[in-house]
Design a protein around this ligand. Structure first.
Ligand code: EPU
Length: 338
């Protein structure tokens, strides 16, 4: 058994898409279940808390991380025999999300097109139930495999057990910090099932035939226009969730024409970007951190610290609460705060 390379005091700055300066007390990258078991054994022997790391594109490093950070680099894709023109494909956690979307389109496995260009890796996708342009991961999700950090046992959880919601799952709630996700199985279609109801997508497509390839390209184009490339302008996508409000609260807002979308439970999802924009934050800078000029929901780091970024986030939350009476919830996970 080869021994795992575990580094002490490792910089995480290149491993989080906000490029915030932070370090891990201990760090290792794992490429197999066997290496995960070695990492867990090290953590147990040294009483260290384990923090999983994927693509680092939904993490805010507000400070250094105590314990062992485990970067999940498992690779591989396998597909089961197609049934009823549907195919179940299993992806290892370390596969890059967007590369997998493109791979699936090339294979003629459809359903992920609307989720093109989302940063990050496969293993993190179920945690926040990634979604964009009218599709969420849970729409295609079959099951996942995960290793219990406490016992080292492998478990399989199906869609119901993951308790998916809007940017939410059991991994942000009751199972927070309990598992390392190793594999994700999705059910994809062999015949295109275009989903083009999202207004910005429908508008960009116009009257062209919405093939999976065209939907994928169009989503990439819209995202590139609005959202900063994390490599050039470090960010974690939307910094806040869109608030979901009862009709009575929406009515109070409607005089201001807030963009809103009806939910299955009778409530309405309101565009947080618009609320922030109305408070005058779009394009605003505070030292080395700023609000993106084309999308007020995206905070950008130009060489600042986690503390500076969190101060800007608090300023935005206070302004939106004062103007609209709405509490914005931070969407990415905060680390290094305790
Ligand atoms: N808007 C403004 N000002 C802005 C930006 C947008 O008024 O600065 C308005 C737009 O005019 C539009 C509305 O706000 O009417 C919504 O904007 P957009 O379509 O860009 O979507 P969003 O609600 O801001 C959500 C997701 C994104 C996802 C897009 C497309 C959340 C938190 N964000 O953004 O997901 O790509 O819809 O489906 O749900 C992410 O989670 O990191 C992410 C980028």
């Amino acid at each position: 058994m080869s021994s795992l390379d575990i580094q002490a005091q490792a910089s995480l700055q290149d491993l989080n898409s906000l490029a915030l300066p932070a370090s891990a007390e201990y760090f290792c990258a794992v490429t197999s279940v066997e290496e995960i078991q070695q990492a867990l054994a090290f953590a147990k022997a040294n009483s260290l808390q384990v923090t999983p790391l994927g693509g680092g594109s939904n993490m805010v490093m507000a400070g250094d991380i105590k314990g062992l950070v485990v970067q999940l680099n498992l690779r591989g894709i396998s597909s089961a025999a197609a049934k009823n023109n549907q195919v179940e494909v299993t992806f290892a956690a370390g596969e890059n999300w967007h590369q997998m979307v493109q791979h699936c389109i090339q294979q003629g496995w459809y359903g992920l097109e609307n989720l093109s260009l989302i940063p990050g890796n496969m293993g993190a996708a179920p945690i926040q139930n990634i979604g964009a342009y009218g599709v969420e991961l849970c729409d295609l999700f079959v099951s996942l495999q995960a290793i219990d950090i406490g016992t080292g046992e492998t478990v399989e959880l199906d869609r119901e057990q993951c308790e998916f919601g809007y940017r939410d799952s059991i991994f942000k709630q009751a199972y927070r910090d309990r598992f390392l996700i190793t594999h994700v199985c999705l059910r994809l279609f062999q015949h295109p099932q275009p989903r083009i109801e999202y207004p910005a997508l429908a508008e960009a497509l116009g009257d062209r035939t919405p093939t999976p390839e065209l939907i994928g390209e169009t989503v990439c184009r819209i995202r590139q226009q609005k959202l900063p490339d994390p490599v050039q302008l470090p960010n974690v996508g939307s910094f806040f969730k869109n608030p979901i409000l009862p009709e009575s609260a929406l009515k109070r807002l409607q005089s201001d024409r807030a963009p809103h979308y009806p939910q299955a439970d009778g409530r309405y999802k309101v565009a947080a970007a618009w609320l922030i924009d109305q408070c005058g934050f779009r394009g605003l800078s505070r030292g080395a951190v700023s609000v993106h000029e084309h999308q007020a929901l995206v905070l950008v780091n130009n060489g600042g610290t986690g503390a500076e970024l969190m101060a800007l986030a608090a300023e935005i939350q206070n302004a939106v609460a004062a103007k609209f009476g709405i509490e914005l919830e931070i969407e990415p996970r905060l680390y290094g705060t305790e």
